[in-house]
Write a protein that binds this ligand. Structure first.
Ligand SMILES: C[S@@+](CC[C@H](N)C(=O)[O-])C[C@H]1O[C@@H](n2cnc3c(N)ncnc32)[C@H](O)[C@@H]1O
Length: 289
């Protein structure tokens, strides 16, 4: 799902909006430099200079919500108030996702889960690290159930807006239109009456997934049990190389020997890491030593 972070019906062209119609004037160079520094500090996200219009459009909505007349005043508020800092982060993240996006990753996990099913092993532990609106985590839960493999999915994101949608587990019909009909019947309930046009994840899946907020930039990470698989897909694209290297180190520590680290289609940050070996397209395995 892609939330439209700039859309706001109240932003239709109107006289009172004239003051905002020139991004270069209102989001001045110093404001934009500060936005880039703050989002890098808070979330590790490095915004390129080309993102200026995107920043303007997304933050304008927050300025209006908080009755602020300038970006300068708004950025002071972001630094002074935790709630607005979170709203600022939520506005600047990119949340594009889909059910079974990059399906080869789910095939790989399905094969591992099938091989484990029926064996006397601990339930599989999987982490979806930038889960956005939940499609990745629910897809993982479907794979576990279909394989008959016990497990849990720990699904986290820095963005509190998307986590609300993820945990609700309710999606528009068109979001699931690409799913196999049998899979759809098995894992979703169809809305009727006023819920027509929506589907809801079944209870059997809900018991497998826990959603929580987590910022990958947090230091140190809280102690936790190790994972059989970590999905960190399409999350690190805006992080710099040094942060990516730090993440690969942390994921290596948190994966069980032989565990999987799955990254997005344009990402390869574990490739050069001594503790990972490639085991498929954008899939890495924690070496056993
Ligand atoms: C493009 S979505 C990817 C969703 C899903 N993993 C997929 O591949 O379909 C990237 C997600 O990473 C999250 N994100 C960005 N920076 C983060 C950080 N520092 N810590 C945790 N999540 C972060 C964003 O909020 C966003 O929901």
């Amino acid at each position: 799902m892609q939330l439209d972070k700039a859309a706001d019906p109240s932003l239709a062209i109107g006289a009172e909006l004239r003051a905002f119609d020139d991004p270069a004037t209102l989001l001045n160079d110093a404001d934009f430099v500060l936005v880039r520094r703050l989002i890098a500090d808070y979330a590790g996200i490095k915004l390129s200079p080309q993102k200026r219009n995107m920043v303007y459009n997304r933050l304008l909505r927050r300025l209006r919500a908080r009755g602020m007349g300038s970006f300068g005043a708004y950025l002071n508020l972001v630094q002074a108030e935790a709630a607005e800092r979170q709203a600022f982060i939520n506005a600047l993240t990119t949340n594009l996702t889909a059910f079974f996006r990059e399906p080869h990753h789910f095939e790989l996990l399905g094969a591992v889960a099938k091989a484990r099913a029926g064996q006397r092993l601990a339930p599989m532990r999987i982490w979806s690290t930038g889960c956005s609106t939940g499609e990745e985590a629910w897809s993982l839960a479907m794979v576990l159930r279909e394989a008959g493999c016990a497990g849990t999915i720990h699904a986290t994101d820095i963005d509190t807006d998307v986590l609300g949608a993820a945990a609700a587990g309710v999606y528009r019909d068109e979001r699931v239109s690409g799913l196999d009909p049998q899979r759809l019947r098995q894992h979703f309930l169809r809305g009727t009456g006023s819920n027509e046009g929506w589907v809801s994840v079944r209870r059997e899946l809900r018991t497998l997934v826990k959603f929580a907020q987590f910022n990958l930039q947090t230091t140190p990470w809280p102690a936790q049990d190790r994972f059989d698989a970590i999905f960190c897909r399409n999350v690190v694209i805006y992080f710099d190389k040094e942060f990516q290297k730090r993440l690969a180190d942390r994921f290596a520590q948190l994966l069980l020997p032989g565990g999987l680290l799955i990254v997005g289609h344009s990402e390869s940050f574990p490739a050069a890491h001594a503790q990972f070996r490639s085991c498929g397209r954008t899939a890495y395995q924690r070496v056993t030593t």
